[in-house]
Design a protein around this ligand. Structure first.
Ligand code: GLN
Ligand code: ZN
Length: 761
């Protein structure tokens, strides 16, 4: 009656073997053959682990050499023509060129675009679909990996990205054309793949359609309907488990349950409301897969509570129930037992991918036999310990919660503006940068020597002060108006703060794939967040002491710190965000005390925190804005608050961006050719804006002329006294050889435009 099942396992290897093999292969140090052998052994290991840990249903084709959306593009033959010239037939050099670009003496093809995978921090390649795209079953990986598993003795359930989600994630370069209109051409390829899997012996496939948790238009729903009618109609195919995850199916649940598939997977963690749905729906399915273990977070599960919900399922439920993670385990670290850095008690509260397999099998056997394994008692004890620990600590520190609802600046921008100008005395079109300067090898080397204990704190600090002094002088020479200290002391804009705040811990081996061979170790927020001491003040004060020009204090905002961490699940995310905001507020005040007149609070992750369903957007935006207000409340009118966001889609959230009430916002604009500024001008955005005039993602040096044109373009939609001139984002990934001339050109461009405005007066 109950089976355990998994939707996907991390692909990075226990010792990051995949990264290792890929990077060696890219450098030409190992052959393709060796790469394939090494990655095959990771798959073998993954299947073995899942079997050993009691999974009745194990996935295949969840592995990827780079990204599963890229795999799907290649599977379907939707390879953009610019990559097809690399080889006559599909091969790995085409595959990796799509992922990473290809540059040699006669070719210079950039990589395909990447974007975040739903609400995770995983990035996928964006398919490009045109009216002319020819679909055919090209990359046979899904079939190969199914056979590979079978040969090794594992009967697996291959994972496919479904046709609708695939097309809905696609972009196009063709005007007035929608990738979805190619559905009818795409479906025969899916039919062929299903038939091939069936012939190879596959009994089931997992068809991932996470788009089903988003808001769908009637057209898209109709497309779901007709596509699955067609796929379902064939007798020559495996059973289909349709998987929606990252949220509840919501308004699409009737649609999903009406499709001719044999199984449905529901995310019961993010879509908790769906327990209710199961009571009312008649479910004529072979399998109902319940995602009860959080595949997107790292906490031990409340097994008792889940089991009681499973026991309460209606007796009329005829489907076999699979007990599964809410989504693929791709989004959590692999194995807690590798971890030697996390101290108790927190370590005991965690479950990584392997531990989640144990939870799944414990639940399954308890559901079947009514016998609870020891894990139930262990998890219970851990959860109780966690609660007690946090409660005691809270009592001890008297942390204020909940927060008052009024926060923010004491006077409106119109009043602050003049006071700030009196203090800062900035020219028209002031120039600045976003914060970081090139993190060159000397900076990285010194940091690594310091972390290894090869140099002492004093020498390391002296080195950092030296770097700060260099960039302050350089910025004065370049002629920038508002200077920065360069962020040389920071490894990462979130980690730097998280390491100094209470309530966070870090892992040593908790790697999670971000994209391709890039893995991250997100901080874990386990408890109440507090700031025991100033985090940035000494550096900024030092930088300010070297110049008479204003130096910007540089902070990461609460939403971004939240978004890029694993967040405690025992209180609302908003609550945790407010706590972080209070910590940042203290830093803002200390910077003010130290005489800093301009403070930037970066929120690059504000937009990506938007919920998947639109009806939940406003509630999120409200608390995100409130968190920002907490960081700036109590700060003097004269202090100029900046914020920075590196994206350009503001149309739908412009009201909340304005509500942040930052005195100055810097945004990405160069790549979209200032088009986004229309959103600000249509809205009559009241405060000041620095549209990024050059794209820092490329080593190209923009000319003074083209920068001038961009500034002028900005001035066609915004009044000059509202505009700042700055790059798109921080410069830490750039080299000095392009940074220096680019900034000089930028300052010259700003000066030229100022001169022209003066002349007209
Ligand atoms: N201040 C940060 C920097 O310049 C901002 C980075 C970001 O927006 N992601 O590096
Ligand atoms: Zn940025």
């Amino acid at each position: 009656m109950f089976e355990s099942s998994n939707l996907g396992f991390p692909r990075i290897g226990f010792q990051r073997e995949t990264k290792n093999a890929l990077e060696k292969y890219w450098k030409g140090e190992i052959s393709e053959q060796t790469l394939l052998e090494k990655t095959a052994s990771i798959r073998q290991q993954n299947w073995a682990i899942q079997a050993e840990h009691g999974m009745d249903s194990i996935p295949s084709n969840d592995f990827s050499l780079y990204d599963h959306v890229l795999d799907t593009i290649c599977m379907l033959g939707a390879i953009p023509p610019r990559y097809q010239q690399i080889a006559a037939h599909f091969n790995l050099s085409i595959y990796f060129a799509m992922a990473r670009g290809k540059q040699n003496t006669d070719l210079d093809i950039p990589a395909m675009e990447m974007t975040k995978w739903f609400n995770t921090n995983y990035h996928h390649i964006v398919p490009e679909i045109e009216p002319t795209t020819r679909f055919s079953f090209t990359y046979s990986k899904v079939l190969d990996e199914y056979r590979e598993a079978k040969a090794a003795g594992y009967e697996t359930r291959p994972v496919l990205l479904g046709p609708l989600t695939f097309l809905l994630l696609s972009k196009t370069h063709t005007a007035k054309f929608q990738p979805l209109s190619r559905l009818d051409d795409l479906l025969p390829v899916y039919q062929a793949i299903l038939a091939a899997l069936y012939d190879a012996g596959a009994e089931w496939v997992q068809m991932d359609e996470p788009m089903l948790v988003k808001d769908l238009t009637p057209d898209v729903r109709a497309a779901y309907h007709s596509a699955y009618q067609l796929l379902g109609a064939s007798a020559h195919r495996p059973n289909i488990l349709l998987a929606g995850y990252f949220d509840s199916l919501g308004d699409n649940s009737d649609l999903a349950f009406s499709l001719p598939v044999e199984g449905i997977h529901l995310d019961m963690v993010s879509g908790e409301d769906q327990w209710h749905l199961l009571k009312s729906h008649s479910i004529p399915l072979k399998i109902l897969s319940l995602g009860v273990i959080d595949g997107h977070n790292i906490w031990r599960a409340d097994l008792e509570n889940i089991l009681s919900k499973i026991h309460n399922l209606p007796a009329s439920l005829s489907a076999n129930v699979q007990i599964a993670p809410s989504c693929s385990l791709l989004h959590v670290p692999q194995d807690l037992t590798l971890e030697d850095k996390i101290n108790q008690p927190v370590r005991n509260w965690l479950a990584f991918a392997v531990q989640k397999l144990d939870e799944l099998s414990a639940l399954t056997s308890a559901a079947n036999t009514h016998q609870k394994s020891d894990l139930f008692a262990e998890n219970n004890a851990a959860l109780q310990e966690r609660e007690t620990y946090i409660r005691n600590k809270r009592a001890h520190h008297s942390i204020q919660t909940p927060q008052p609802l009024t926060a923010g600046r004491s006077h409106p921008f119109s009043i602050r503006k003049d006071k700030q100008q009196q203090v800062l005395d900035l020219p028209l079109l002031p120039t600045t940068t976003i914060g970081s300067f090139p993190q060159t090898s000397d900076v990285r080397q010194m940091r690594s020597r310091f972390t290894k204990g090869e140099i002492n704190q004093q020498d390391y600090d002296a080195f950092l002060r030296q770097k700060i002094e260099e960039v302050i002088h350089l910025q004065e020479q370049i002629g920038l108006d508002v200077l920065v200290h360069g962020e040389f002391e920071r490894n990462d804009m979130v980690q730097y703060f998280a390491e100094q705040l209470e309530g966070f811990i870090f892992t040593k081996h908790g790697w999670v794939q971000s994209f391709g061979s890039r893995y991250v170790r997100p901080p874990i927020i386990f408890g109440d967040v507090e700031r025991p001491h100033p985090m940035t003040v000494d550096w900024i004060r030092y930088a300010q002491s070297l110049t008479s020009k204003p130096v910007k204090g540089m902070l990461t905002g609460p939403v971004t710190i939240l978004q890029w961490s694993f967040v405690r699940d025992d209180q609302p995310r908003s609550q945790t965000c407010f706590q972080i905001a209070h910590a940042i507020q203290k830093e803002v005040h200390d910077l003010e005390q130290a005489g800093i007149k301009v403070i930037q609070i970066d929120e690059p992750a504000l937009r990506e925190g938007l919920p998947l369903k639109k009806k939940e957007w406003q509630a999120y935006l409200d608390w995100a804005v409130h968190a920002f207000h907490i960081t700036t409340s109590g700060c003097r009118d004269e202090t100029q608050i900046h914020t920075h966001m590196c994206y350009s889609e503001f149309n739908e959230i412009i009201a909340s961006i304005a509500a942040l009430d930052a005195d100055v916002i810097s945004i990405e604009a160069a790549r979209s050719d200032m088009e986004l500024l229309k959103a600000f001008s249509d809205f009559h955005y009241p405060n000041e804006i620095g549209p990024g005039v050059y794209d820092i993602h490329s080593p190209r040096i923009p000319s003074t002329g083209e920068l001038e044109d961009l500034i002028k373009k900005a001035l066609t939609v915004l009044p000059a006294n509202q505009v700042w001139v700055n790059p798109d984002c921080g410069l830490k990934t750039r080299g000095w050889q392009e940074t220096l001339p680019s900034l000089k050109n930028m300052v010259a461009a700003a000066q030229n435009v100022r001169d022209k405005i003066e002349m007209r007066k």
